[in-house]
Design a protein around this ligand. Structure first.
Ligand code: CMC
Length: 443
């Protein structure tokens, strides 16, 4: 409970108590606010008022720069030290030893599965990877050059119309059924969006293949003998693991926010897909490839960097709201590039990317702002080596991020402290104006 004190704690004096003493200089009142987990409750500020008519003090935090919106046990991220853990397991170990579906289980259930649990889980995901034939017609309705993220977002939202029971978000069994279906069907819908763009016939999921091989098969199998190099399937799996969750990022916040209205999880995840589409979020990997192709030649890098430093453009794939150190995922992806290029041959854009990174890591502009490569800087090069077109990069990100979205949605739905998401505002517009008839208005 918040207490309201009447005397100051005194400057520099430490009582050791987990509280914050605030003096309102407008009134001279002193307040003592509890601190828990390094936070104060924003609603505790409401008692700080100048008079009875005052609504109470709020925090102003556009873009949530310093506001925790939930308590979460899914992903730990220390941006200053470059640490990323899913349910406490370091991303480096998971990328080396685990599989994407095992990581998905970990995110959803909180612990690594036994072999029997993993086998059952893999079977359930495979059983839920098909979609109604009507989705074929839904996707055929799009223009041949429709962006696949637009198609994916519509198709994921449309799933809610096929599984109306999904809106019963209070039922744990119903919830889990949709979670499994989302992890199973997002790759199918993503692959079908891709094949629609290519004008190729659709390929159905194949339960005899492991998860990444099934994804590759649905994307690229054009009939006849179709061999999947296990090294490429593994590289795809690692990429998906690296994208599986990243705590309260823009798309996950969108999923939580929409889900907080108790909309079904398909509608919530469709919102996540929409948020991910943007070039400052998942769309950055697409933007990186376009940037590298535009630079074309390492000799043009200095001129490009001058444009970045003068604010004319951004070095895409660099910088992060949370990481002020090397993104650990970028380090793993850079290594995975070598494995993939050993099979496919080196992507000539790699030399431009490596040179850009080298210059940026030594340049005062980037050093001062703590701008390092993020997950998107090298991932596009791997996707391109796998023959995935640029427009599809963000779809691959969405396939990887789906377990994170659903794990965060499950956590939000079961969190007793969560309510419908509803920020406050600072109103700065006009007040109480009299309506002017249209003929009496000046231009
Ligand atoms: N190139 C050049 N300057 C940059 C960059 C960049 N990529 N990123 C940040 N800055 C500068 C920015 O201009 C600002 O400088 P100043 O202080 O002089 O105004 C300073 O660094 C702080 O930037 P900010 O825009 O206030 O930082 P933010 O936390 O709002 O933005 C970001 C984070 C990721 C949107 C931004 O770094 C960015 O636009 N990066 C490029 C896009 C990108 O790679 N996005 C993928 C993010 S990782 C995948 C994901 O999680 O979705």
């Amino acid at each position: 409970m918040t207490t309201q004190a009447t005397s100051s704690a005194g400057q520099g004096e430490s009582t050791g108590a987990e509280t914050l003493t605030v003096t309102d200089n407008r009134t001279g009142q002193v307040y003592e606010l509890p601190i828990a987990d390094g936070t104060i409750r924003a609603t505790d500020l409401r008692q700080i008022r100048v008079d009875d008519d005052d609504f109470g003090l709020m925090t102003y935090d556009p873009a949530f720069m310093n506001t925790a919106s939930c308590r979460s046990a899914v992903t730990f991220l220390d941006g200053e030290r470059g640490v990323l853990e899913y349910r406490g397991y370091p991303i480096e170990q998971l990328a080396e030893k685990s599989t994407f579906l095992e990581v998905a289980y970990l995110l959803v259930y909180g612990d690594l599965p036994t072999q029997a649990q993993l086998d059952a889980w893999v079977g359930q995901i495979a059983d839920h990877s098909g979609v109604d034939e009507n989705f074929r017609r839904l996707l055929e309705g799009f223009r041949y050059d429709a962006h696949p993220m637009g198609m994916l977002q519509s198709a994921v939202g449309a799933l809610s119309t096929y599984y109306p029971e999904a809106k019963d978000v209070g039922d744990p069994d119903v919830r889990m059924e949709q979670v499994i279906r989302l992890i199973g069907t997002v790759p199918t819908l993503g692959a079908w969006a891709f094949r629609h763009n290519q004008g190729w016939p659709l390929v159905y999921p194949d339960a005899s293949l492991d998860y990444p091989s099934n994804v590759i098969n649905m994307f690229f199998n054009k009939g006849g003998a179709f061999e999947i190099d296990p090294r490429l399937a593994r590289a795809m799996d690692v990429l998906l693991i690296l994208h599986a969750d990243h705590e309260q990022n823009c798309s996950t916040s969108a999923v939580r926010s929409v889900g907080s209205s108790q909309a079904d999880p398909y509608s919530a995840v469709a919102a996540g897909v929409s948020a991910l589409y943007g070039p400052l979020h998942g769309g950055a990997n697409e933007a990186v490839l376009r940037m590298l192709k535009r630079i074309k030649d390492p000799k043009d890098i200095p001129a490009f960097m001058e444009g970045v430093k003068s604010g004319q453009e951004r070095l895409m794939g660099f910088g992060h709201r949370v990481y002020k150190n090397y993104d650990p995922r970028a380090r793993i992806i850079k290594k995975a590039c070598d494995d993939v290029f050993a099979v496919t041959g080196v992507n000539p854009l790699l030399s431009i990317a490596v040179e850009l990174e080298k210059i940026a890591l030594e340049d005062e502009y980037f050093v001062k702002r703590k701008l390092y490569p993020n997950v998107d800087f090298y991932s596009g090069l791997i996707y391109e080596a796998l023959n995935i077109p640029v427009e599809m990069f963000t779809v691959m990100f969405a396939i990887g991020r789906t377990p994170g979205w659903v794990a965060q949605w499950l956590e939000m739905i079961q969190d007793k402290e969560q309510k419908i998401s509803r920020p406050r505002q600072v109103y700065v517009g006009a007040r109480q104006r009299d309506y002017t008839e249209i003929g009496a208005r000046s231009s």
